[in-house]
Design a protein around this ligand. Structure first.
Ligand SMILES: [Zn+2]
Length: 274
């Protein structure tokens, strides 16, 4: 037994043989794997492009941001009871300007709402008609968009509840704005049209950004699994060598130390040498 082992080590060391053989397999599989992983990266570059385009169109349709811009502050009031309704445009901070009406009635804010669709770059932008938001002084919790079709009903409610009559406020405000040469605002308020503008370049920029992110993510995933694959292969190889060193079948752990070069395991029948 001792002699046999000695001879084996001197002439035909199975450990060295196996290690060489496994190294050769590993080299071969490493070159095969490398092309496989590279192929995966190539495919992910190709496939992430239509995905990015679809995703960018999806974001255009489903993500939107709304912002408001205050264009002007106005005030409504009368000089006295029974006097006609009047409006003024404020030039300074509304909180610091004194009221110049005998009978102040409401503050009015001219606002532009902007809805941007898409993320991170807005592929299209919607501009609804300007808002003319009146807040009556008698009831500051109430906000009436004088330019909207719902204004008449709300003004009627205000009149019946508080006696404040702002029925012709829109007309008075339009005349005041026109006198101030704000023709564009007047037209916008009269027409009540929603403007939409499409920016394909922004959609394209979004698609490119998403494409890059998708590709980067998939390459990271591919590289990670490649690394894990090699770690697992190395672990398997070390385990097989360890088993054979201990004279056991690497698959079923059967004691093979009595056999010189087991071609296959006498227990599980799996190939060990050759
Ligand atoms: Zn076995």
């Amino acid at each position: 037994m001792a002699r046999r082992r000695q001879r084996r080590r001197r002439n035909w060391n199975p450990i060295t043989l196996l290690r060489r053989r496994l190294q050769r397999i590993d080299r071969q599989s490493a070159s095969r794997d490398r092309s496989r992983w590279t192929k995966a990266a190539d495919w992910s570059l190709l496939l992430s492009m239509p995905m990015a385009l679809l995703l960018s169109l999806f974001l255009d349709a489903n993500i939107s941001r709304t912002s408001w811009e205050n264009l002007a502050d106005l005030r409504l009031g009368r000089d006295g009871r029974g006097a006609p309704l009047e409006a003024t445009i404020l030039r300074k901070d509304p909180n610091r300007s004194p009221w110049n009406f005998g009978s102040p009635l409401a503050t009015v804010q001219l606002r532009q709402q902007t809805i941007e669709h898409g993320w991170p770059f807005p592929g299209w932008t919607t501009l609804p008609p300007l808002e003319l938001l009146a807040v009556p002084l008698v009831d500051p919790s109430m906000t009436i968009d004088l330019a909207a079709p719902s204004a008449d009903a709300l003004l009627e409610t205000l009149r019946s509840n508080t006696g404040v009559d702002l029925t012709d406020a829109l007309g008075v405000l339009l005349v005041t704005l026109e006198a101030d040469r704000q023709q564009a605002w007047v037209e916008n308020l009269t027409r009540q049209e929603t403007q939409t503008s499409r920016a394909w370049s922004a959609t394209l920029a979004t698609a490119v950004a998403i494409w890059f992110l998708l590709f980067l993510t998939s390459v990271l995933l591919i590289r990670t699994s490649q690394g894990l694959h090699f770690v697992a292969a190395g672990w398997r190889r070390r385990r097989v060598i360890g088993k054979l060193k201990a004279g056991r079948c690497p698959f079923c752990n059967y004691d093979l130390s009595g056999v010189r070069y087991p071609k296959k395991c006498s227990e599980c029948g799996r190939k060990i040498w050759g």
